[in-house]
Design a protein around this ligand. Structure first.
Ligand SMILES: Nc1ncnc2c1ncn2[C@@H]1O[C@H](COP(=O)(O)OP(=O)(O)OP(=O)(O)O)[C@@H](O)[C@H]1O
Length: 715
């Protein structure tokens, strides 16, 4: 992840703090300048020495690596060291030992030395990174744990806020999805509790009251954040528990009774524990609202206020509020919870692009009826073999779609919590690669190797788009987010405008694209088949070759297609992505103002049943035409008919023209759960994939009886 200079971000602060920061930035610039000077000086001093190095028994290659080594060594040496090198003292001792050693040992030794040098150089380079963890007041056990987890430097939002939080300020933090906001609050809080200002007040011993409370909008997210708290807090001897709904109270109560330093959870369950007298907030030093906007939008305002209001002396408590999206109304509400001198670290600020910049944002026209057939092809072409999360608007559509996609599982609020946990852990561990979820998975979830996000329709709010698409492209990785939209009903320009995303428009993947994407996978499956099958199947293969009238290559192509479940390749229309349909443009030499006018024109030269078979008629943005889908088998009837109508032109389009958008309307749009059960689903025969994508597994159907969360959320 690239480091963002502090000046590129907005960190609002008091005048006194500004002075401090100026001082720090000045120091930082100074360090960088002296480093540059240093490296130039080293180079000029080192080269003459290497030229003069008296090596008799070494090959040219060895001499080159020797030079490389010296060069590397030179980089980490101080000026005084160079004096020594120039005097040749070091080289003399090395050369003398080399002379008595056999060549092989000498090579090994040199290689070991080179490795050592590489490692040391790496250490030096890391230390030079202003965001290297060694540059922050992070204690040794925590540093070691971070290193163990592969974290050598802080991400920009973490670097920006670490000392501010550790030094006691309230803070509002915003950074795009996947940029490490969790550790941005976890690390300084842990340090403050163990080595910083909150240490003195922290209770210890059996039954201790918690020092920190972290509130999150969903159970899954609470568990995820808690696992970070457990890992890093555990390294410092801090204890924690996770309180969320749908799980038994008793285990949570036992933990609270024993006493913990940090409580992580969802507002509803935390409030329940408070009402049962299980939590004592008298020692609280930190309150964190993660995904604050979502929590408040979900109607948790009262619970949140009640929980936050439980502290005895608010002046002693630090409040932190983080999210990738902070609409103005949340900023206003935040003034109720945070102190007036709060700081703001905003890595998005007024930048146009609010969504993840590591994600390819794509839109694809598709009618609701065609979704379940199109989605497997999108997965083939854009998931790079990794995990896919598909977002639907309702719990019902999530279950239905998961049932239609082989190997997919559903996750939503009507599924029992224990099953939700099994599903999510199966997805995390790679037991299955396609998760169909409602917004319950939109926020914060950090799952390794999610390569593709599919949104079945544009979400209502731009925030939803930003968070859903942000489940991929995390921690500096790249990803793809495909949003399906119905050209007649959806309004994608609002999301484009408000998120700052410039959508890439594509049409449904064509057969060649699909074959290119999965052909290699099919070939690999075939090569994996043991040679032992050849004698058994050889005569059947020969007979097929002799009788089919096809060449060996053609037959093999069929076998490859069948291996990954394709028994037929169907063309799709551009407008609705419907199989075996084509998209046609109607023009009459003057504007077409309404769809009914367009239907009237069609009635002039087509029988009524053909007019009624037209799918998704939509006016073009310039008002001069209308596009619609017709069944491929009826195309000739349409084209022949136009010849009998004056001024009427009908043509098959190769590219969808810009279309008139409608304001998004909701409710009752998706009679059939939004997913057509078209006959002959060509994926029904998919078998044999390694990853469950093509395994033909049946999807577990989930009970609808349990309503998770509060207030009957639609997800
Ligand atoms: N300094 C770091 N170096 C390397 N990886 C990091 C660092 N900080 C965090 N990560 C990793 O980056 C990923 C994203 O972090 P996190 O989930 O905190 O992002 P986020 O900003 O909260 O995203 P969202 O807005 O979607 O909730 C996680 O896998 C986390 O372990």
């Amino acid at each position: 992840m690239p480091s963002i200079p502090l000046s590129d971000a907005i960190l609002s602060e008091s005048p006194k703090d500004k002075k401090e920061k100026k001082k720090k930035v000045k120091n930082q610039t100074f360090i960088e300048a002296s480093e540059t000077e240093g490296s130039i000086g080293k180079k000029s001093k080192k080269e003459p020495k290497l030229k003069n190095n008296p090596k008799e028994s070494v090959s040219e290659e060895e001499e080159m690596s020797e030079k490389k080594m010296k060069k590397k060594e030179g980089k980490k040496r101080k000026a005084s060291d160079f004096e020594v090198m120039l005097n040749g003292e070091e080289d003399r001792s090395e050369t003398s030992s080399e002379l008595v050693e056999p060549v092989n040992d000498k090579k090994k030794k040199k290689k070991a030395k080179l490795d050592e040098v590489d490692q040391e150089e790496e250490e030096v380079l890391k230390a030079k990174d202003p965001n290297a963890i060694s540059n922050f007041r992070i204690s040794e056990p925590l540093r070691a744990k971070l290193k163990e987890k592969g974290i050598e430097a802080l991400f920009p939002i973490q670097a920006m806020t670490f000392h501010t939080i550790l030094d006691g300020s309230d803070l509002v933090g915003r950074a795009r999805t996947g940029q490490g906001k969790t550790l941005a609050f976890v690390l300084p809080i842990l340090e403050s509790l163990t080595n910083g200002p909150a240490k003195a007040a922290r209770k210890t011993g059996y039954g201790k009251a918690p020092s920190v409370i972290v509130l999150l909008p969903t159970r899954e997210l609470a568990k995820q954040v808690h696992s970070d708290v457990e890992v890093y807090g555990g390294a410092l001897g801090l204890t924690s528990c996770c309180l969320y709904g749908g799980a038994p109270y008793s285990a949570q109560e036992i933990k609270l009774k024993r006493g913990v330093d940090i409580v992580v959870g969802t507002p509803g369950r935390i409030k329940d524990h408070m009402e049962r007298g299980n939590i004592d907030f008298s020692s609280l030093r930190f309150r964190v609202l993660d995904e604050a906007d979502e929590m408040l939008r979900m109607g948790f305002v009262e619970d949140v206020e009640l929980i936050l209001g439980k502290v005895e002396d608010a002046s002693k408590v630090q409040t932190l509020l983080f999210s990738a999206t902070l609409p103005d109304w949340v900023k206003q509400i935040s003034t109720r919870f945070l102190k007036p001198n709060k700081r703001t670290a905003d890595l998005v600020g007024n930048e146009k692009m609010k969504a993840s910049t590591n994600v390819r944002h794509i839109v694809l026209p598709c009618s609701s009826a065609a979704r379940s057939q199109l989605i497997p092809d999108i997965i083939c072409c854009y998931s790079s073999g990794g995990r896919t999360i598909i977002f639907t608007e309702t719990k019902e559509s999530a279950s239905t779609l998961a049932g239609l996609l082989p190997g997919a599982r559903a996750l939503h609020g009507d599924i029992q919590q224990s099953q939700r946990e099994v599903t999510l852990s199966g997805f995390r561990s790679g037991k299955f690669l396609t998760l169909v979820a409602t917004n319950v998975a939109a926020r914060g979830l950090d799952i390794n190797d999610v390569q593709l996000i599919i949104q079945c329709e544009p979400p209502r709010d731009v925030e939803d788009y930003i968070h859903r698409s942000g489940r991929t492209g995390r921690a500096g990785n790249s990803g793809v987010a495909v949003m399906l939209y119905d050209p007649r009903r959806s309004n994608i320009s609002k999301i484009e405008r408000e998120s700052g995303v410039k959508f890439e428009h594509i049409s449904a993947p064509n057969p060649a694209e699909i074959a290119k994407a999965v052909g290699g996978e099919a070939a690999e499956l075939i090569t994996q088949v043991s040679d032992s099958v050849i004698p058994a199947f050889k005569s059947a293969a020969e007979e097929l070759l002799n009788t089919s009238g096809l060449s060996a290559v053609e037959l093999l192509a069929k076998a490859l297609a069948k291996t990954i479940g394709y028994t037929e390749v169907k063309k799709r229309s551009l407008l609705n992505s419907m199989e075996n349909h084509v998209t046609v443009l109607l023009e009459i030499g003057r504007p077409i103002y309404t769809p009914s006018f367009a239907y009237g024109v069609l009635r002039r030269f087509l029988p009524e049943e053909k007019v009624e078979s037209v799918q998704g008629l939509t006016l073009t943005a310039d008002g001069n035409g209308a596009v619609f889908d017709v069944a491929a088998e009826d195309l000739n009837i349409f084209l022949a008919g136009q010849e009998n109508a004056a001024n009427v032109s009908l043509e098959v389009v190769k590219e969808l023209p810009p279309l008139q958008e409608r304001e998004q309307s909701r409710g009752g749009r998706f009679g059939n759960n939004g997913f057509g059960f078209a006959g002959g689903n060509r994926f029904s025969s998919r078998r044999g994939g390694r990853d469950g994508r093509f395994s033909g597994q049946r999807n577990d159907r989930f009970s609808n009886g349990f309503r998770g969360g509060r207030g009957g959320k639609k997800w």
